[in-house]
Design a protein around this ligand. Structure first.
Ligand SMILES: [Zn+2]
Length: 626
């Protein structure tokens, strides 16, 4: 039995979690000053009002008010309870749970079993592939130029030509329900029996970022076998828009190169990786989604993305579509790089992203190209890959022939205008107008006129108004909130006790502020510093969203008091105290006035109220209000 306490587990987890890392899995963040900004995942917006503060390890949306620490974010985004988040994170970090910790939900156990079944299946397929080197599957791998080390590293395998082999192998360790939930077997409709989902296919294990096998891609190995690729369906452990093929093996290289190459097929990725182009991933049978883009953004801070799809027309369409998805994902986070200015690029982080298109001259896919010309040659194409805009405009301009009619030329102009329209920098736009006009042998002025004529391509999407955070607080409560935030200043010269002395006459009137203040008082007896106080506050209100938002607000507010001189600090405190007192006085006056009006029939009582009111007004004059 471990004697670790629940609070110990929580603090250990919090020490290991980094808010930027946690949030980046779901939000594309861009650094600005000391904070990070992105589009809020909890309300619909097109300009970023969601901020992450790495030094305080908290996040806050200035649009919808949502805010909290890393654990709050995980709860909210994964729709989990506090206990579920703690259990999951403790497992990830290998932190033992206290013996009295509640048994977790059933579904956690199921996911774990599904992952174990997938692992066992993957090992079974790999063993089977290595067993018979004359099999179609093994010969296919050999023809692709891969050896046994590649098979082991990428857990390639072979599904036997039978509907029962896998289940017979796994059923001693797993229930049929688990195998079905893992997508490894399919229930027959006629009776209660099952068939293996994959039969007589080359198996490609698909890993999540942590290296768990979560799905399989299964390729046909015989002529006429259909479909060519059969993929796992989505399961409790596999959400295809959150998984990119090869990311597990590529993550370090993507970080190192600060760039990622997106390819089409499994074997493009494997071939590139084993030949030294390690920072590549594959969309593999599914269209690129915004979640995919978010996933890779975490590993490349400057978000340099190379699209290396096949050069056939399907591949070109995938390039256009992929580029749109990437642009959509970065809306509001700044400009997309549209011009190569080699001589001034000092700051890597000035663009929201940089999209380039890799197009080897002879129109081969990455796997074919590398096999024929080698990885070094391919790397040259990556180094010289044009920016998306250049690629798109050049593709259109290539239609130009020597003897084009004016109609044909104007047709090209029509195609190129939407791309020119997209350029936000006027100087860059001007450069492109010159290039395009020269290429097409037309007057620049004519092209400019056509450009002006074109209607804006995109109408501005409506921004959904978010509720205001401070909507319910009156001026006195806002001042109370300012004062309460003083307790959360990091490295403050004032202890909780000394603040209590300075602020002893403050009576909090807002229910939530009272709750937080009471809790701070209680916790002050057990914590050693502000960081511990904040951690303990978040834990105390783990399941109370409104209070968590308030705590986050308070932490942000506390930041504005940091670094003030003692004199300024006192001035700010006094201003807030005065606001509260003035407000209170006004409230009392209006209360007395209304009482006075009501008691006209009782003269004595009325005179008493009148006297009180006079006293108050005199008081007010003395404090210099008005
Ligand atoms: Zn929001």
């Amino acid at each position: 039995m471990s004697d670790i306490t629940y609070q110990d587990v929580i603090s250990q987890i919090k020490d290991k979690l980094d808010i930027v890392d946690v949030v980046s899995k779901h939000v594309i963040l861009k650094k600005s000053g000391g904070n990070y900004w992105g589009l809020c995942p909890f309300h619909n917006e097109k300009t970023p009002s969601f901020s992450v503060n790495p030094s305080k390890q908290i996040y806050k949306c200035f649009g919808c008010g949502e805010g909290g620490d890393a654990l709050s974010f995980l709860m909210k985004i994964n729709h989990q309870s506090f206990g579920e988040v703690i259990k999951e994170q403790a497992e990830i970090f290998g932190i033992p749970l206290p013996s009295n910790f509640q048994k977790s939900q059933e579904s956690q156990g199921v996911k774990q079993q599904v992952l174990e079944a997938m692992k066992a299946a993957s090992e079974f397929y790999t063993r089977n592939l290595l067993l018979d080197k004359t099999s179609n599957g093994y010969q296919y791998i050999k023809k692709r130029g891969f050896d046994d080390a590649v098979i082991t590293r990428y857990k390639l395998g072979l599904a036997p030509n039978s509907y029962e082999s896998l289940q017979n192998h796994l059923k001693k360790d797993f229930s049929m329900e688990i195998l079905e939930k893992a997508g490894l077997v399919i229930k027959r409709e006629t009776n209660n029996s099952y068939i293996d989902r994959f039969k007589n296919r080359l198996m490609i294990s698909i890993f999540d970022e942590k290296g768990n096998v979560v799905a399989f891609g299964a390729r046909a190995i015989e002529d006429g076998q259909s479909p060519k690729y059969l993929n796992s369906s989505e399961t409790i452990a596999y959400n295809k828009s959150h998984i990119l093929y090869g990311l597990y093996h590529a993550q370090d290289a993507i970080k190192k190169e600060d760039a990622v190459i997106i390819m089409e097929g499994y074997f493009d990725v494997i071939s590139a990786q084993v030949n030294g182009v390690e920072n590549c991933v594959g969309a593999c049978g599914t269209a690129l989604t915004e979640s995919h883009v978010k996933l890779i953004s975490r590993y490349s801070p400057s978000r340099k993305i190379y699209l290396a799809f096949d050069t056939d027309s399907a591949g070109q369409k995938a390039t256009e579509r992929g580029a749109e998805v990437i642009k959509e994902a970065f809306i509001g986070l700044g400009n997309i790089k549209q011009f190569d200015e080699n001589y001034t690029s000092m700051n890597n982080d000035k663009y929201a992203c940089e999209i380039r298109v890799v197009v080897p001259a002879d129109g081969k896919d990455p796997d074919e190209f590398i096999k024929e010309h080698g990885a070094q040659e391919y790397k040259k194409y990556i180094q010289n890959a044009p920016l998306l805009l250049d690629y798109q405009i050049n593709k259109i301009l290539r239609q130009k022939t020597a003897d084009m009619s004016p109609i044909e030329k104007s047709n090209i102009v029509k195609q190129v205008i939407p791309y020119l329209d997209e350029i936000n920098n006027n100087i860059i736009k001007d450069e492109y107008i010159k290039i395009v006009a020269a290429k097409l042998e037309i007057e620049e002025q004519a092209l400019r006129k056509e450009l002006r004529k074109s209607l804006p391509q995109y109408t501005k999407k409506e921004i959904i108004a978010a509720p205001s955070v401070n909507k319910t607080l009156n001026i006195s409560e806002k001042a109370q909130k300012n004062l309460l935030s003083l307790y959360l200043i990091n490295e403050s010269v004032y202890s909780i006790q000394s603040l209590n002395t300075i602020l002893k006459n403050i009576h909090y009137t807002n229910e939530k502020l009272i709750i937080v203040k009471d809790t701070i008082d209680k916790l002050s007896l057990t914590v050693n510093n502000v960081k511990e106080l904040i951690d303990a506050l978040y834990t105390a209100f783990a399941e109370n969203n409104e209070i968590k938002e308030l705590i986050t607000d308070l932490i942000y507010l506390s930041d504005s008091f940091k670094g003030l001189s003692e004199k300024d600090f006192k001035t700010v405190i006094n201003e807030n105290i005065e606001t509260i007192n003035t407000y209170k006085l006004k409230e009392e006056q209006s209360h007395l006035r209304s009482m006075y009006k009501k008691v006209n029939d009782d003269e004595l009582q009325a005179i008493e109220y009148q006297m009180q009111l006079r006293e108050k007004i005199k008081n007010k004059l003395r404090t210099g209000d008005n």
